[in-house]
Ligand binder design. Structure first.
Ligand SMILES: [Ca+2]
Ligand SMILES: [Ca+2]
Ligand SMILES: [Ca+2]
Length: 138
């Protein structure tokens, strides 16, 4: 009894700590996700269209060669202050859907947009964006 009690207490503390750490990450990520959503939603109507996402894409393509490398992606990611290097790198790996080392308009950007548009209505709502973003960057 007295021997098992401390380890049970430690386990409990660890569980609480772990769940808080996870919750903290999720709140951080959703804060960033909302920040990004507002950056992308250029007409400010609360939903994202493919055209709006394409507009932002051209800003990530720093040298204008039509492809976004991991370096360009993370540089712009940090400049726009939407997360740290690790989350930027995870996001790059997720958006580079054909895994060729470049984030391209076709097919990566279109695929990513449809991935975010979970109900398939052609628009990405704030909720769809925040939920998918949080899943992709954690
Ligand atoms: Ca919009
Ligand atoms: Ca480029
Ligand atoms: Ca949608």
């Amino acid at each position: 009894m007295f021997q098992t009690l401390p380890s049970a207490a430690i386990l409990l503390v660890l569980c609480v700590f772990r769940s808080n750490a996870f919750l903290g990450d999720t709140i951080e990520e959703s804060k960033w996700a909302k920040h990004v959503f507002h950056l992308v939603d250029t007409d400010g109507n609360g939903t994202l269209t493919l055209a709006e996402v394409q507009l932002i894409y051209t800003r990530f393509d720093l040298n204008g060669d039509g492809q976004v490398t991991a370096g360009e992606f993370i540089k712009h990611w940090l400049e726009d202050d939407v997360g740290d290097t690790a989350s930027g790198y995870r996001m790059f790996q997720n958006v580079d859907t054909d895994k060729n080392g470049f984030f391209s308009q076709d097919p990566d950007l279109t695929r990513t947009f449809h991935h975010f548009d979970t109900d398939g209505d052609g628009f990405v709502s704030t909720l769809e964006f925040v939920l998918t973003w949080t899943k992709m960057s954690l």
